[in-house]
Design a protein around this ligand. Structure first.
Ligand code: KIV
Length: 260
């Protein structure tokens, strides 16, 4: 997958995207035919255990980006620009996105914003750095929003953000937590692909946080858009309990798992 092929898929077929943070899961998703792997700043929460996406650093994103790129043979790898790695100025954004592209091997970066980041998106595009814009519910704005998870309903603002991102040179727009009708209208209007999460079925593609999709996140995390395609938390829990029990009982390792 390349950026031009990703863009050309609009109107031809739906695009799939999953977050990935390490070599093993990235290899599995890549071999399964997922079109794009997003090294999301959700790793701040999912991998590092923080309450928001704000603490993860640029160096940490680059580290995880490298692990995912090492695994990706087909998928388009996109790395999130973390909080405060691009908000200061377009020059700061180009320098930091340049580091991401050079040091990870990823094909593109993602940043949160539309109208308010148009100058930065243009600066990245002018530097030949493909950029995906993230509009709607923007997790890096958590301090302003007062929390995660609220559906963004201001259609005029959503449309303006998506259009501004496209006009500034974004090759795709991710839309998070917006009403499906708004997502459908914006998708029709844009010439670049839209990727939805909590934005209904009419986007050009769909993304999920892989740990949620696999059922690894806690059972009480139940946003309406989330479908768990597996229940790896329960499977992992049962396996860990069995392991601990067998070790305690002295039944593991038995003859079958011992060298003679
Ligand atoms: O960081 C992330 O996981 C995201 C999601 C919206 C897919 O940006």
């Amino acid at each position: 997958m390349t950026v031009p092929r990703f863009v050309a898929a609009k109107g031809q077929r739906k695009l799939s995207m999953l977050t990935a943070y390490d070599f093993t899961f990235a290899s599995i998703f890549d071999a399964a035919g997922v079109d794009s792997l997003l090294v999301g700043d959700s790793l701040s929460m999912v991998i590092q255990g923080h309450e928001t996406t704000l603490p993860v650093t640029l160096d940490e994103m680059i580290y995880h980006g490298r692990l995912v790129c090492r695994a990706a043979k087909h998928a388009l790898v996109i790395v999130d620009m973390p909080f405060m790695s691009y908000q200061v100025s377009p020059q700061q954004a180009v320098e930091n996105a340049g580091r991401i592209i050079k040091e990870t091997g990823a094909q593109a970066v993602k940043l949160e914003g539309g109208v308010n980041q148009a100058r930065t998106i243009k600066a990245l595009a002018d530097a030949d750095i493909p950029v995906m814009a993230h509009v709607g519910m923007k997790p890096q704005s958590v301090r302003v929003l007062g929390g995660h998870g609220k559906v963004q309903r201001d259609y005029d603002q959503l449309r303006a953000d998506a259009m501004a991102a496209q006009e500034a040179g974004a090759f795709s727009v991710l839309m998070e937590l917006i009403p499906r009708d708004s997502a459908a209208k914006i998708t029709q209007e844009l010439t670049v692909p839209t990727i939805g999460i909590g934005a209904g079925p009419d986007c050009d593609g769909q993304v999920l946080v892989s740990y949620d999709m696999l059922g690894l996140s806690p059972d009480d995390f139940t946003p309406k858009f989330l479908k768990r395609f597996a229940n790896l938390r329960a499977i992992s829990d049962a396996a860990a309990r069995d392991f601990a029990k067998e070790v305690a009982a002295g039944t593991y390792p038995g003859d079958a798992h011992s060298h003679v």
